[in-house]
Structure formats: structure tokens, C-alpha cells
Design a protein around this ligand. Structure first.
Ligand code: BTN
Length: 285
């Protein structure tokens, strides 16, 4: 491994190794078409969680667009306290530090990031992805990408860390998620080069965040809403406090999921969606 590249362990360590043919920080950065996003990159062969590392770095002032990349996570974090597992070296697992998030934009960041990643993948591979609320990405109705957003308001400023896990070349999944998870390689029938994919995602992310910061996020949200296959469907939502059935109408005015239930319209801010039936889409808030 080249100088400055981190491996195995804590966020602050820097270790060198001499494995050839493996991905290196320099190969990832070569030709990265961004000005800011990913230009500061921490690369780990193995780490507990890129989100945990990015939070530590952001707490001590890491710049907007800093990326933490891992080839393998030993304690990858998923939503709702679940774990996120991987087969080493097959996927894209990285976390981006996003600063300058205004109060107005904060509730919409999960959708902005979901749209940014989806657009980047689509452009690189010429495919179409759907979204599942709140920010999963699906290919042929199976999950190819999950995101975990964590935030903090502290003396070093407000930040969000957006942890992105894309199943790129993984071919084996644990039995309990086999029916619902897939990888880009499994769907496309060919190996996918992770570096151009990463470049396309970061380029799209930088462009969208620039547009949102300068002109507002309406167009980005509209794109995301159009790709979200949850809306218009009868769904079951499992939340921390129980299970609710209803028709998913769209996003509420404050960034939640608007559900028509037997008890009337309700808004939810977390939960896992399962689709149980399909209805014509309706106009929403
Ligand atoms: C989910 O769908 O449950 C969210 C999964 C998020 C996984 C990514 S992998 C990179 C980053 N680091 C983590 O520990 N988690 C996120």
C-alpha cells in the first residue's frame, strides 16, 4: 500500500503494506472528476465502520466532502441498529462528510443523497434504479444500496455523515436477505469496475449538492419522488413502536412519509417498508 493510505484499525492510524493489484487510494483518486467531494479520502483495507470513522473526523473538523472508504467493515452499521455485512473487496462502502446543511434542507438530506447516488450509478452503468422509502435503492425490486445518515451539531459546526453501501460485485448473501438483496453484478451478469462507478457517484453528488445549495432542492426531490416505488402502494411499515398498514401517498411537507391509514393521514419519520399491494399513484403534499 502507498504512503498515506490507512489500513486495518482506527481512524487515525496509518499503516503501510505492499500488496500489489489491490485497490489503492491513488488508484481511486486518479481522474476523480470533482473539485471537493472525495478529494480528501481516507482508505482502509479494514475498519469497524466508515460512519464511525467519518463522525470522529468530522467532530474534529474534517472538511465538506471528506470521504472514508473501506474494503471491509468489521462492524458495519445499518439502519435501526442492524449490522451491514460485506464480502471484502467486492463492494462500495464509503461515508461522505456533508457540511453546510441549513435547517431548511436538513429533513431532505436522505432523499438528496439517495437521488445523488442513484443518478451516479445510472449514468455509469446505463441502468434505471428505483428508490424505496426512506433511501434504499432497488434494482429489479431488490436492494442494491443502503444508506445510513448520522448527524451532529457541535462546536465544530453542523454535519451529516452519509454512509453508503452498494452491493457491487458481491455474489453471496446471507440466507435471511437472499430474497430481498442483490448486487449490480448479479443483475447485470458482469463484473462492475468500482472506480468509475465511485467517480460518477461523487461527481453527481457534488453537482446536486451545489445545485441544492444555490437554487434549492425542489427539482432533486421531484426526481427522487418519481423514482420512489413505495408511493402509490399499499404498504406495511414496521417502526420502533409497532406496525402500521396504509397507502403510501408521498413525502409530507416536513420530509416524512405520508400514509393513509384506517385512522386517517399519518406521517412517519422512520421505519421499514414492505409493499403489500399496488394502487394508482396520487398527488401528495
Ligand atoms: C441500511 O440499509 O441499513 C443502511 C446500510 C448502510 C451501510 C453503509 S456501508 C458504509 C457505511 N458505514 C457503515 O457502517 N454503514 C454505512
Amino acid at each position: 500500500m502507498d504512503r498515506g493510505q490507512q489500513a486495518r484499525g482506527s481512524c487515525k492510524e496509518s499503516v503501510t503494506c505492499t500488496v500489489t493489484g489491490k485497490l489503492t487510494k491513488e488508484r481511486i483518486l486518479d481522474g476523480l472528476p470533482t473539485r471537493i467531494f472525495g478529494q480528501t479520502l481516507f482508505f482502509f483495507e479494514e475498519i469497524d465502520s466508515t460512519n464511525a470513522c467519518a463522525k470522529t473526523l468530522a467532530d474534529t473538523g474534517a472538511a465538506d466532502g471528506t470521504v472514508v472508504w473501506a474494503e471491509h467493515q468489521t462492524a458495519g452499521r445499518g439502519r435501526h441498529g442492524r449490522s451491514w455485512t460485506d464480502t471484502p473487496g467486492d463492494n462500495l462502502m464509503f461515508t461522505v462528510v456533508v457540511r453546510e446543511v441549513s435547517d431548511r434542507h436538513l429533513p431532505w438530506v436522505p432523499y438528496y443523497m439517495s437521488e445523488a447516488v442513484a443518478g451516479g450509478i445510472e449514468r455509469a452503468l446505463d441502468i434505471r434504479l428505483n428508490a424505496k422509502w426512506p433511501n434504499d435503492l432497488l434494482m429489479n425490486d431488490k436492494k442494491v444500496c443502503g444508506m445510513l445518515l448520522e448527524g451532529s451539531d457541535n462546536p465544530a459546526g453542523r454535519f451529516v455523515v452519509a454512509g453508503i453501501g452498494i452491493n457491487v460485485n458481491q455474489m453471496i448473501f446471507p440466507p435471511e436477505i437472499l430474497h430481498s438483496a442483490t448486487s449490480l453484478q448479479m443483475e447485470l451478469g458482469r463484473e462492475v469496475d468500482r472506480i468509475p462507478l465511485f467517480h460518477s457517484i461523487l461527481e453527481n453528488m457534488e453537482a446536486l449538492l451545489h445545485e441544492i445549495r444555490s437554487h434549492g432542492g425542489t427539482a432533486v426531490l421531484e426526481s427522487w419522488t418519481n423514482r420512489c416505488s413505495t408511493f402509490g402502494n399499499r404498504i406495511t411499515l414496521r417502526t420502533g413502536s409497532g406496525t402500521v398498514n396504509g397507502t403510501a401517498l408521498g413525502l409530507s411537507k416536513d420530509g416524512g412519509l405520508l400514509l393513509r391509514t384506517d385512522d386517517g393521514l399519518r406521517t412517519f419519520y422512520e421505519g421499514d417498508v414492505t409493499i403489500s399491494g399496488s394502487f394508482p399513484r396520487t398527488t401528495t403534499a
